[in-house]
Design a protein around this ligand. Structure first.
Ligand SMILES: [Fe+2]
Length: 376
């Protein structure tokens, strides 16, 4: 981990000295004896982490953190509370301002550990943001988009998220099989394939603490999570070859009864590709192990899809998936596994340097695109 700039704010100067003593070996510490001094320092210095006392005259810790959102939105925030100021704490946490609160008196080792975790989260977010920029750039740069190139990029993202290696590719394959079963034309199938691969790329901006959370998400976390289809569509941008795929991506969380997002579209107003990707996504999520939960298996997955056909899912799409998986999904698994020989999964995602993932995959993608020439 590199040296970071940490802002510590407390109206009691001895507390500031104490924080400095514990943290200054590994990081640069900036002290402020009031909220206003803290704001001034935030404007001047590239602060990664803010540790502030809650109870201070004129500006409370929560108020300072609120202001800091405008100046350093990405800085991680830790609140120190000398007593149980429950309401301030609840407000701060609900507003999504606080990474952690630490009750006073704090323990030096515990504080150091919390700071290390917080800065790891900061660095991860930084890397993810860079990857999004890199990816958008890569998509724009590549004039002749081939399916192979896009697959490689999606793989890089799955690797980055690490929770769904291969998920996007499987969703894409399942979606194409359903589309074919429904008799959709080849050009639509191609867009469904691309949409399936790219549907979740916007999740790269969602913190892992939310992506991997085993418990129910809070309202704030849900709202962050629900931005990912729009974010995915934004990353795809205005590329000519991806206009329809982008629509499928943007609407892949719309529900058949109109209760989905981002636009609350209903029934057949939802693009067909989006309706198919939603079902494929749900099926794959339920039949594949995740780090935080086991797969529930084909039989129960089908039960779920049947139950929600007509409300969440397009019943016609579900019926077509059912007819494809009458043998318990074995044939479909086989087809998908065969398709993977051609994919980039073999590039062993785990061996890729996380800091270089995006670039490494892009170079590989470009190399393969050159080799493949005019691959569709
Ligand atoms: Fe999604």
């Amino acid at each position: 981990m590199r040296r970071h700039k940490i802002l510590v704010v407390d109206d009691e100067v001895p507390n500031l000295r104490l924080l400095r003593r514990v943290l200054s070996e590994e990081h640069d510490i900036f002290e402020a004896a009031s909220g206003q001094e803290g704001v001034n320092l935030l404007e001047k210095e590239e602060i990664s982490l803010i540790i502030t006392d809650q109870r201070m005259p004129s500006m409370t810790g929560v108020q300072l953190l609120e202001q800091s959102l405008k100046i350093r939105p990405d800085a991680i925030k830790i609140l120190l509370t000398g007593y149980t100021d429950v309401q301030a704490l609840i407000d701060a946490i609900n507003a999504g301002h606080v990474y952690k609160y630490i009750p006073k008196p704090w323990d030096a080792d515990e504080l150091k550990l919390t700071v290390r975790r917080a800065l790891e989260a900061f660095e991860l977010k930084e890397r993810n943001d860079n990857l999004v920029i890199e990816l958008s750039g890569a998509l724009t740069e590549l004039e002749n988009l081939s399916v192979g190139t896009i697959r490689a990029l999606a793989d890089a993202l799955d690797a980055k998220c690490d929770y769904t290696a291969g998920h996007s590719l499987r969703v894409s394959r399942i979606a194409v099989l359903i589309g074919r079963q429904m008799g959709l034309p080849e050009d639509t199938l191609r867009d469904i394939e691309l949409g399936g691969i790219l549907h979740d790329i916007g999740k790269i901006g969602v913190p892992e603490s939310i992506l991997w959370k085993p418990d129910k998400l809070t309202a704030e976390e849900r709202s962050i999570m629900s931005r990912h289809p729009v974010k995915s569509a934004e990353i795809i941008g205005d590329l000519k070859g991806l206009v329809r795929a982008r629509e499928y991506v943007k609407h892949h969380h719309e529900f058949f009864d109109g209760s989905g997002y981002p636009d609350g579209l209903e029934g057949e107003n939802i693009p067909i590709g989006a309706r198919i990707i939603l079902v494929s996504d749900a099926y794959d999520a339920m039949t594949t192990d995740r780090p935080y939960r086991k797969a529930i298996g084909h039989v129960r997955a089908i039960e779920e899809l049947r139950k929600l056909a007509g409300t969440q899912f397009d019943p016609v799409v579900v019926t077509n998936l059912l007819s494809l998986t009458e043998d318990g999904g074995k044939e479909m698994d086989k087809i998908i596994a065969e398709q993977f020989d051609e994919s980039f999964i073999g590039l062993t995602l785990a061996s890729v340097d996380p800091a270089k993932t995006g670039r490494q995959y892009r170079e590989e993608a470009e190399r393969r695109a050159r080799l493949a020439g005019s691959e569709p």
